[in-house]
Design a binder for this molecule. Structure first.
Ligand code: UD1
Length: 485
């Protein structure tokens, strides 16, 4: 009930007080004062929450509790980010339903508001109208705040025929170049120059073409689908990414009047249409959040139901957990996991494009492997620098040996609480999972990085029974006090 209320106030704050969306840095409390016992006076008190504090945030976690309860998923971050970009393709309204409140999404909305569009949260939905969007520069700082800023290039070229965009940022997990995006755009006859760390494109003569990706890049597939959607002729993308977020993009584009087919397979065909119109769309639920919660329940023990999910998208995770003494039941839109907290050996795991094991669950499964029987071999094939979590898990007593892109993890009986650092989003999630299992108290520094991809992660875990609180660095409360019940 309390959560229901604070959500209402947040929605009120977004829609009535602040027309432009800002990630909930404040909570609003409403007080009603009766004047002369007759006239109600509504007073809104705005007070900062931990999230508005400029200091580093920390999770303080006392390990050992089992997780019990159920969680209802919201839309997938990576899908919503691409669909927000697609909204720039039309002058009409686009509504995305059931979206989570995440820093990455807030930044993406800031970017398109910066172009002159009107984008805001309306309750749990995102409402966008890009009629007044102009072909202006995206600030370097915002472009660098997330990888998906670059996925605006395709829609901007389709709408404005020219674009200047800074190279993107995102989690520090590897080089992350954009060569596949650019060479595909060249195949569509887009002229490209580089100018002071920015890419300048001229698409005045853009037309459909045949593209063969050297690697099925998710972002490049999205960019090219959106660039080609209103171009003259037909574009065929071979070796396209097959992730559910690609199918979601195809569905939204087609709902807007596009002619795209083949998403979910390795060949996508885009037949150019004249114009796109608005649409309302419910994006696919977040499989990475689902997977993280399933792994947390497996590690901690307990009984968890994840509702509103697509279990078939996590087949690779279930394959990895099959000898793990966990009891996993899947319905069409739910996953139930029962775990005794004792974990059998894992098979060898290698990340690869969908439907193989997702790289975005690799840090979390590494945390699980740290307390499994035997030795687990995990190979990271998508990003060249995605073992930042290993050194942090070692501080908790994990035994991990890294050899290039492979980690060998010897399971230990117990992890111990420690102070660790969330180097990136999924690294943070993995450390939180490990801390939930560890003996004693752990501190996860830079917990705000977890806000990029998990909405109210600490609240979700607390509602499942975990002992977890979030504090800003300025907090002087001794840890003992925080856990005094
Ligand atoms: C998306 C997801 C990210 C996920 C990744 C792989 C978003 C916002 N992010 O990232 O969470 O981990 O897919 O599933 O949707 N590459 C190149 N040149 C390019 C493009 C990519 O070499 O032009 C390389 C990257 O450096 C990386 C690999 O290809 O090593 C995969 O990248 P890609 O599939 O493009 O991932 P993103 O779209 O960046």
């Amino acid at each position: 009930m309390k959560n229901e209320k604070s959500r209402d106030y947040r929605a009120l704050y977004r829609s009535k007080i602040n027309k432009k969306y800002i990630k909930n840095p404040y909570q609003i409390r409403m007080n009603v004062v009766m004047i002369n016992n007759k006239t109600p006076l509504f007073i809104y008190i705005i007070y900062p929450t931990a999230r508005s504090c400029l200091h580093m945030h920390k999770y303080i976690i006392k390990g050992g509790n089992r997780l019990r309860g159920s969680v209802r998923l919201k839309a997938a971050k990576n899908s919503v980010l691409a669909l927000i970009a697609a909204s720039v393709l039309t002058e009409d309204d686009v509504v995305l339903k059931n979206c989570p409140d995440l820093t990455d999404i807030a930044n993406k909305l800031k970017i398109i508001n910066g172009l002159g569009a009107k984008a805001l949260y309306n309750g749990e939905d995102i409402f966008i109208n890009a009629k007044n969007a102009l072909n202006t520069n995206i600030s370097k700082k915002l472009a660098e705040s997330l990888r998906s800023s670059f996925v605006l290039l395709g829609p901007m070229l389709s709408r404005f025929k020219r674009a200047r965009i800074y190279l993107p940022g995102g989690c520090a997990i590897g080089e992350r170049p954009v060569d596949i995006h650019l060479s595909a755009l060249r195949s569509l006859n887009v002229k490209i120059a580089e100018n002071q760390n920015a890419i300048v494109c001229d698409a005045s003569e853009m037309r459909g073409g045949d593209i063969v990706f050297g690697f099925p890049s998710v972002g490049a597939t999205q960019n090219i689908m959106m660039a080609a959607v209103c171009a003259d002729g037909t574009t065929r993308i071979s070796n396209a990414a097959k992730e559910p977020e690609i199918t979601d993009l195809q569905n939204l584009l087609n709902a807007m009047g596009a002619d795209v087919s083949g998403a979910g397979t390795s060949v996508i065909t885009v037949k150019g249409v004249k114009k796109l119109s608005g649409a309302a769309y419910a994006p696919v639920p977040d499989r990475i959040v689902a997977g993280t919660l399933v792994i947390a329940a497996a590690v901690c023990g307990g009984e968890l139901t994840v509702q509103n999910c697509r279990p078939y998208q996590l087949a690779a995770l279930f394959g990895a957990l099959k000898n793990n003494y966990c009891d996993i039941e899947c319905g069409s839109d739910y996953i139930k996991i029962k775990s005794g907290g004792r974990l059998g050996a894992l098979p060898d795991i290698a990340t690869d494009p969908y439907p193989s094991f997702p790289t975005d669950l690799q840090p979390q499964i590494t945390a699980l492997a740290a307390v499994c029987d035997g030795v687990t071999r995990i190979t990271e094939r998508i990003f060249e620098n995605r073992f930042n979590h290993a050194v942090e898990l070692e501080k908790m007593g994990a035994k991990i040996y890294i050899d290039g892109r492979t980690a060998l993890i010897r399971g230990v009986d117990r992890l111990r609480g420690a102070e660790v650092t969330a180097h990136d989003l999924r690294c943070g999630a993995a450390l939180a999972v490990a801390a939930l299992k560890a003996d004693g108290i752990s501190v996860v520094n830079y917990a705000e990085r977890i806000d990029r991809g998990y909405e109210n992660f600490e609240e979700t875990l607390r509602e499942l029974g975990a002992d977890i609180v979030r504090v800003a660095e300025c907090s002087r409360k001794p840890l003992r006090k925080i856990f005094d019940k």
